[in-house]
Design a protein around this ligand. Structure first.
Ligand SMILES: NC(=O)c1ccc[n+]([C@@H]2O[C@H](COP(=O)([O-])OP(=O)(O)OC[C@H]3O[C@@H](n4cnc5c(N)ncnc54)[C@H](O)[C@@H]3O)[C@@H](O)[C@H]2O)c1
Length: 308
């Protein structure tokens, strides 16, 4: 298949690009390199340095005739979305519409979208969350992700566009940068490299820190591969296992074979207490299950971290 991967020079997108190439697909990457890097791409992959909002996107897509668009490009910082909701919506909502309008007038048959389970569900009373839970987005970034899901629903009904929405948990793995939305693994590994004790944020009633579902980027890439052939609608992509921040820090140290002290700090405004995703729907309909547990995923990520 001929596939456009937007944001393919970024962290998760670069794993998706590799999975698609390994399966024999033709891949073109569209990325403005705002957080992504050319070096994240395997050699020989065509990179179109372009913004998803660019008025030239329709012309580019008409010339190329992609069968599938896999959309990973995004403004993905929650604090940035809070400081500049309009800027966030321009990239995350209008960028999506630019691709959808261009694609539907060309050969596009399928659209794969990276949403966020952590953001869209909001604060959870019970874990893990299933896809039919009412969304409760708590930031402009989360509102934009939910709006994108609703637009895809509209395009499915109105134009018959098949779309697969992957609501990721907290993704970690090689090529993640510490500044990212969910970059705590990268932050902890940087702390070990610099021998600088990290701060673990926690709420008063959660002494070991917040609970998150950590899913390995290679597993997310496999979900994107499955989504080429199967599925329609929303799928959680995580492990279902909630891990507190202190356990994560201990497991990172174990993977690295190192010991370092840490500090504690108060949770930041907007930090949700707990999140984990039920992924049975993806197992049933996409035939996808996570293959990496935290220890294995962190060991692989640490090997990459010390190699760069
Ligand atoms: N990392 C996570 O844990 C996580 C969790 C849930 C959802 N997501 C979603 O997954 C996607 C990829 O996230 P990531 O962690 O790989 O982040 P990333 O920042 O590494 O990747 C985003 C890529 O998009 C590119 N980009 C940004 N704005 C662009 C624009 N206007 N035009 C063209 N390209 C642009 C960047 O240069 C970068 O290469 C995002 O949509 C994000 O919201 C990530």
């Amino acid at each position: 298949m001929k596939i456009l991967v937007t944001g393919g020079a970024g962290f998760i997108g670069s794993h998706v690009v590799r999975a698609y190439l390994a399966a024999g697909h033709q891949v073109v990457v569209l990325d403005n390199l705002s957080t992504g890097r050319r070096e994240n791409l395997p050699s020989g992959v065509r990179l179109e340095v372009m913004d998803v909002r660019d008025p030239k996107v329709p012309e580019f897509m008409a010339q190329e005739g992609f069968e599938v668009v896999n959309h990973h490009a995004a403004q993905m910082s929650i604090p940035v979305s809070v400081a500049d909701p309009m800027g966030d919506a321009q990239v995350n909502i209008l960028g999506l519409l630019n691709l959808l309008e261009a694609g539907r007038k060309n050969r596009m048959q399928r659209f794969i979208f990276s949403s966020s389970g952590g953001a869209v569900y909001g604060e959870l009373k019970t874990l893990p969350a299933q896809e039919d839970l009412s969304p409760a987005p708590m930031s402009p970034y989360a509102v934009a992700k939910r709006a994108c899901e609703l637009y895809l629903n509209y395009y499915a009904h109105e134009f018959g566009l098949k779309s697969v929405i992957l609501r990721y948990a907290n993704v970690y793995g090689p090529r993640q940068i510490p500044q990212a939305e969910a970059g705590v693994v990268a932050i902890f590994m940087d702390a070990l490299m610099a021998k600088k004790p990290p701060v673990i944020y926690r709420q008063a009633d959660m002494p070991r820190g917040m609970l998150r579902d950590y899913v390995f980027a290679g597993d997310c890439a496999r979900a994107n591969l499955a989504a080429l052939e199967r599925g329609q609608g929303i799928y959680n992509i995580g492990t279902g296992v909630p891990t507190d921040s202190l356990t994560l820090w201990e497991t990172v140290q174990k993977a690295a074979g190192q010991n370092l002290s840490h500090g504690f700090g108060p949770a930041r405004p907007g930090d949700i207490k707990q999140s984990a995703l039920d992924c049975q729907k993806a197992a049933l309909e996409l035939d996808w299950r996570p293959e990496y547990d935290l220890a294995r995923g962190l060991a692989e990520t640490w090997s990459w971290r010390v190699s760069i």
